[in-house]
Design a protein around this ligand. Structure first.
Ligand SMILES: *Cc1c(COP(=O)(O)O)cnc(C)c1O
Length: 427
């Protein structure tokens, strides 16, 4: 499969090069040259297939012959080795729980898939690749875990000192081996700026790549969630609307690719916190990126969502077509807390702040009788423990995956300036 740069369609590369480079030389995001719908028979009989069979069917066209099928099956097996249950919350509202992976964040799937692809592509080279990533919380842990002990890949994670939760910090600072955490005296935007500077700096001697959803190997596997959810609700005979708590819009964008593959999805709702660049764009067609605002659903604190340009491409740059299939609503922290309480009071379900934003997206869309809504629960409530416990007045049991890291010793290197990052990378 070939991928083109969204800045220049004639600039195409292989899947391998798209994964290894992350972003095109002209700074455009890579985009698959073709999206071929799957057979109707497969979609109609989806509940007869295992998750691994579905994954192979969905993903293989995006890789072509660049990874042998047996190897791809192995990568898939390692990537989706946990459950993706759909739970009924109330009436016609369901949630797809994406937090049963090793770090309890949905980013586990993309991170592991990308790590295993890079490992395969680097299998015969001695040259080391360095994955450089800035995190406001969840990405760091998933990337650290996904890439842990992967041959000839080093991972350098920048995170803002004192701005990530204790659990998140443990997840990214306790692994060791090929994973290094740099603790930046600043906010997330400072980390992000340093990472951008390093990518542009010709004096950085390492082979750098990114592990955020810009990378096609982290972005595309997220299509699978929508197939797994559809498999579980299709027999209810209703049209399905997905609401996705969105920050960089990679997850929802992958959902739209799933619908291009023939998955019958009635409508997409992108639910955001007060970082409302996209909801505002849908009102008047003006795309005005803004600096990010800190919220309790902090994995979505993004003022300029990097994947929105891919969504526009999927709708052929047609604003009206986009609006027919896609809505977006923004919500305040106050609304989020109130909704967490309401969901808990009426159904006993404990949602994290991101899931609650997704739930509100379905409410704002206003489902009809023939429709069924699925909101994506992107993180386990324990990842946002203080907010959830304080809002709901309950205590949450700490799952085993989390208990394991809490007992380990934090190891990080404090830095303040870009020059310190550069010195570290060149050492
Ligand atoms: C990353 C993240 C999101 C946002 O996903 P995007 O693909 O960036 O839109 C939502 N919720 C949680 C918990 C996340 O970690």
């Amino acid at each position: 499969m070939k991928y083109y740069s969204l800045h220049n369609k004639s600039l195409t590369v292989s899947f391998r090069d798209a994964v290894v480079n992350g972003i095109a030389p002209d700074k455009g995001l890579y985009f698959p040259e073709r999206i071929t719908p799957l057979s109707k028979h497969f979609i109609d009989h989806i509940n007869e297939y295992s998750n691994e069979e579905i994954s192979l069917e969905v993903i293989k066209q995006f890789i072509g012959n660049e990874i042998p099928e047996e190897k791809l099956k192995e990568i898939i097996r390692e990537t989706i080795s946990f459950d993706f249950p759909v739970e009924k919350v109330k009436d016609n509202i369901f949630t797809l729980e994406l937090f049963h992976g090793p770090t309890m964040a949905f980013k586990d799937v993309g991170a592991k898939f990308m790590a295993k692809c890079l490992e395969y592509f680097n299998r015969n080279t001695e040259e080391e690749v360095t994955v450089l990533v800035a995190t406001s919380g969840d990405t760091g842990g998933a990337v650290a875990n996904g890439f842990f002990d992967v041959k000839s890949v080093k991972v350098v994670i920048l995170y803002p000192k004192g701005k990530v939760s204790e659990i998140q910090e443990k997840q990214l600072t306790t692994l060791g081996k090929n994973i290094t955490a740099l603790e930046v005296d600043g906010v997330f935007d400072d980390c992000q700026d340093m990472v951008k500077s390093a990518f542009l700096d010709t004096e950085v001697s390492r082979n750098l790549t990114s592990a955020n959803s810009i990378n096609v190997a982290r972005w595309l596997p997220q299509m699978l969630y929508y197939f797994f959810a559809y498999k579980q609700v299709s027999q209810l005979g209703k049209e399905v609307v997905f609401s996705v708590p969105s920050g960089n819009f990679g997850n929802i964008c992958a959902g739209i690719v799933a619908s291009k593959l023939g998955l019958p999805i009635k409508h997409f709702v992108a639910a955001t916190n007060v970082n409302d660049t996209v909801p505002n764009y849908l009102k008047d067609g003006n795309y005005l990126p803004k600096p990010s605002i800190a919220t309790i659903s902090n994995a979505m604190d993004v003022g300029n969502p990097s994947n929105f340009i891919r969504i526009q491409e999927l709708f052929d740059g047609d604003f009206e077509k986009l609006k027919r299939n896609f809505s977006s609503f923004s919500f305040t922290d106050k609304q989020t807390r109130k909704t967490m309480q309401e969901i808990h009071d009426s159904s006993g379900y404990v949602s994290d702040p991101h899931g609650a934003v997704g739930y509100m997206g379905l409410k704002a869309y206003n489902l009809s009788n023939g429709e069924l809504g699925v909101f994506l629960e992107t993180a386990h409530p324990v990842k946002f423990l203080p907010v959830v416990e304080e809002t709901l007045g309950i205590e949450i049991a700490i799952p085993e995956q989390i208990q394991k890291v809490m007992g380990k010793e934090k190891k990080s290197i404090p830095i303040t300036t870009y020059n310190e990052l550069k010195a570290y990378l060149n050492s």
